[in-house]
Ligand binder design. Structure first.
Ligand code: GGG
Length: 357
């Protein structure tokens, strides 16, 4: 029996709704697979926890999570608590504490879902964005002085290290090499940011020497938004800094139909720590509790988790079930349908039970 310990943290807004749906799906996958068991433990950390305890998770939260094989996460953010507290107190604390330096964001137009791009066929948009997930603009360095005075100053320092840039470039080139087109675009802003970003470009060129079979090019982040919109088929694997990739992947999700279908994996490639899987979207307070959150991003993230746990046949079965459900038009309102979270979850579970994969 292969047993995997999964920590489930729904956290805020629609996070618990989509994580609960994913756990039902995981249960169905366990029933279909031979010799696999998912031992799930739920944690009530997040903004409600913060309101009760003054912190987003307990002080020994990372030590608790370290005992698990993977983390399934929902979303953070609440209207009445500052976003930097909720983000740094939970999601970034886990990403940085567990050195999950590679954030992997696949984007595809699923069958039955329409891209807002005119003339864009499903095969024209098939990308993986690799987001540097441990440093850069999210290093947390900077400060404030002379608060409230006219001469107040605030600094936000982006830190790029040779070690950090080299490892994410290697990860991205490996990812590009594993895909049929072997094509990588390195996103930069080295025309205006002339220190860290110039080093980023230099290291990209150095690492490229280790991957002669991968074709690569370089794009300024502003021009990249244009290329993603007008020539989506010219892209395949993309690597960008923490902030650039955060922005570009929201655009990617929208171009694929909705952020409601956009998954992400926060990976510690060395497996020294558990990796974390979550939808790209945030807590979406405007639709919380209405039962219409799109669970597909969380399901797809669950498929990423299964691949990471080396349960590839369950991952394939889940992706096939998601595609069968979207192709059949069982879609939530964000992608033009009238289905509820429950309807989509039931359809995916049915597809898991009846598939021949
Ligand atoms: N599930 C993703 C999530 O909760 N994101 C909240 C957020 O504000 N993220 C900002 C960021 O990752 O840069």
């Amino acid at each position: 029996m292969r047993e995997h310990a999964i920590a489930a943290i729904g956290a805020d807004g629609i996070g618990p709704e989509v994580v609960d749906a994913s756990l039902e799906v995981l249960d169905a996958l366990e029933q279909r697979a031979e010799g696999v068991r998912f031992r799930v433990e739920r944690f009530d950390w997040g903004t409600d926890y913060y309101r009760r305890h003054g912190k987003m998770m307990p002080d020994d939260g990372l030590a608790t999570l370290a005992r698990f094989d993977a983390i399934l996460f929902g979303a953070v953010g609440a209207p009445d608590v500052a976003d930097d507290i909720t983000l740094w107190g939970l999601r970034l604390r886990i990403c940085q504490g567990f050195d999950q330096y590679a954030n992997v964001r696949p984007t595809r137009i699923l069958p039955g879902i329409t891209s807002p791009l005119r003339h864009c066929n499903p095969g024209d948009l098939d990308w993986v964005i690799v987001r540097e997930n441990s440093e850069g603009e999210y290093s947390g360095h900077g400060g404030r002085a002379h608060r409230g005075h006219p001469e107040e100053v605030g600094t936000e320092v982006a830190i790029f290290t040779r070690a950090g840039v080299t490892r994410i470039m290697r990860y991205a080139f490996e990812m590009a090499r594993s895909r049929p087109r072997k094509l990588l675009t390195v996103v930069t802003k080295s025309n205006a940011q002339r220190h860290g970003m110039v080093m980023w470009d230099e290291i990209a060129a150095e690492v490229a020497g280790e991957f002669p079979d991968v074709t690569w090019d370089k794009m300024l982040v502003d021009a990249m938004t244009v290329r993603m919109t007008l020539k989506p088929q010219s892209l395949d694997t993309i690597v960008a800094t923490n902030l650039h990739a955060d922005i570009l992947s929201d655009l990617a999700g929208a171009l694929a139909g909705s952020l409601g279908v956009a998954p992400t994996a926060n990976i510690n490639p060395q497996r020294h720590f558990p990796s974390m899987f979550e939808p790209i979207h945030g807590s979406a307070f405007d639709i919380t509790g209405k039962g219409i959150a799109n669970p597909i991003a969380s399901f797809w993230s669950t498929a990423q988790m299964l691949s990471h746990l080396r349960e590839q046949s369950s991952a394939d079965r889940l992706m096939a079930a998601i595609e069968r459900t979207s192709a059949a038009g069982v879609l939530t309102p964000d992608v033009g349908g009238t289905a509820t979270t429950r309807d989509v979850t039931r359809a995916v579970i049915d597809a898991i039970h009846t598939s021949n994969i």
